[in-house]
Design a protein around this ligand. Sequence first.
Ligand code: 13P
Length: 281
Amino acid sequence: MPLVKMSEILNSVKDTSYAIGAFNVSNMEMAMGAIKAAEEMHAPLIMQIAEGRLRYSPLDLVGPVMVAAAKRCKMPAAVQLDHGKTKEMITLALEIGFTSVMFDGSSYPLDENIALTKQVRALADTYGASVEGEIGSIGGAEGDGADSDIAITRVEDAIRFANETGVDALAIAIGTAHGNYKKKPQLRIDRLKEVAAVVKTPLVLHGGTGLTEDDFRNCFHNGIKKINIATASYDSVASEIKATYQAKPESNYFDFSDAAVTGTYKNIIKHMHIFEMQDKA
Ligand code: 13P
């Protein structure tokens, strides 16, 4: 299967019976675990890495690995820069062949967020890539450790942002936060329904780690089309490596490398089942 634009995968979701998981990876082993899960599920794959993680996995090194993994995948696969903040990294991702870039302008006032997102839209268009934008403020931060408060997306802002920027996917804030939850999140399904009723752009849920199966279903049954999962995969890799060591303290590097593939695969396949992604490729 070719590497595809993210919009192709998201636009193929025609009803609310399932959602597409988008899974963050940081290296070759995690990318291998992701494609194994997608192939086994016969499901499309979105792989991403957040700009805030690039100090561990430089984009010029991990990016080509992600693109190569997507090309190797037998299912349609898209590769996205998640939470792009700088023009430099967004341009590099596009040069490397990412088929989507997210511009996270959520910390700017709405007018500025719209203006900057439009610039990213124009740049991505020259590469034939998709764009994800964000409005409102999702709690926490993927990758850079900074905490931010949740600011629930306003319906009128979502309409304006979607119309003026022409993004292919729109991340909205409905009470989730990145990372493991310190207290149970209060999901604003009421707001999700209001936005989904008037905005036709595929809506994205960030901060998937730690939500219950019911939370996920409630979100995609009410209009979420893409669900981001990062921390749960990193935690699953760490647990698998620890379990490998505990079972066999003399494990070598390659045992741990296999554990990283398996840890990613286990978490992704679990979420693909919850999101009802089987046979959706
Ligand atoms: P989690 O780390 O909470 O799964 O969030 C992932 C995410 O939204 C990536 O952008």
